[in-house]
Design a protein around this ligand. Sequence first.
Ligand code: SAM
Length: 254
Amino acid sequence: MPAGRFVVEGLALLPGTEIELPPEIAHQARDVLRLATGTMLHLLDGVGGEYPAQLVLVERKRVIARIGARQAGHAESAMRVVLCQGMLKAAKYETVLQKCTELGVAAFVPLLCERSVAAEEASESKRRRWAKIVAEAIEQCGGTCLPELGTPRPLTHALTEVPAGGIALIPWEETREMPLRATLAGAIADRGGIASISEVRIFIGPEGGFSAREIELARLAGALPVTLGPRILRAETAAIVSATLALDTFGALG
Ligand code: SAM
């Protein structure tokens, strides 16, 4: 078991070479974890590769590690699940990012909805914070692929981005007859099985929910309204539950 797993973006992780760890990782290894020379870390390239890395030098000014052979990630979902989430207040959206990254969501798309109450811009500092949250979630959970972090866009725009072979689900608290899992399983069967599915895109409303007009637009775009049961879930709860149900349909959780 490595003493720690760290996402290292923008550095070439070449087996057999030595790299100087970026300052924030060097600080973690040296000053927080107090790791000594010889300790093994795992470095992640964020796109599926995991590299054993042995500390060969731990100094005040720098930490050097020798890169081992690339190991393919073993904890990625077989199905690409994209979560399109009505913009939420900061802490709620950060909860969605952390928990759904742990679960295996491959991409997050913030939605600008009629009833959004949160600020609708994603400042640079907010995006940096989001990137840090998903990197830490990947480091913690054993994943190796960083989820894509989209920029906020109107619901109508996100609906047009469903790729060929994709299935769009829109959980809506006012529908009763179509449970998410059974609806997704039925849509997969109708298309000839999982091999024909390129992506599952889930649309969750903001704190104010989707308007009837937005649900109609989603229906017209081919999204399937589904229920998460008779209770009205908070948006962040609905996001986590929906991602869990969809990923579990593809065996990602068991
Ligand atoms: N006011 C609450 C809040 O602040 O989060 C709830 C807002 S609304 C219900 C959040 C979103 O979660 C909805 O747009 C819908 O996508 C989803 N949702 C919540 N409960 C649901 C249910 N029982 N069935 C389907 N979708 C649900």
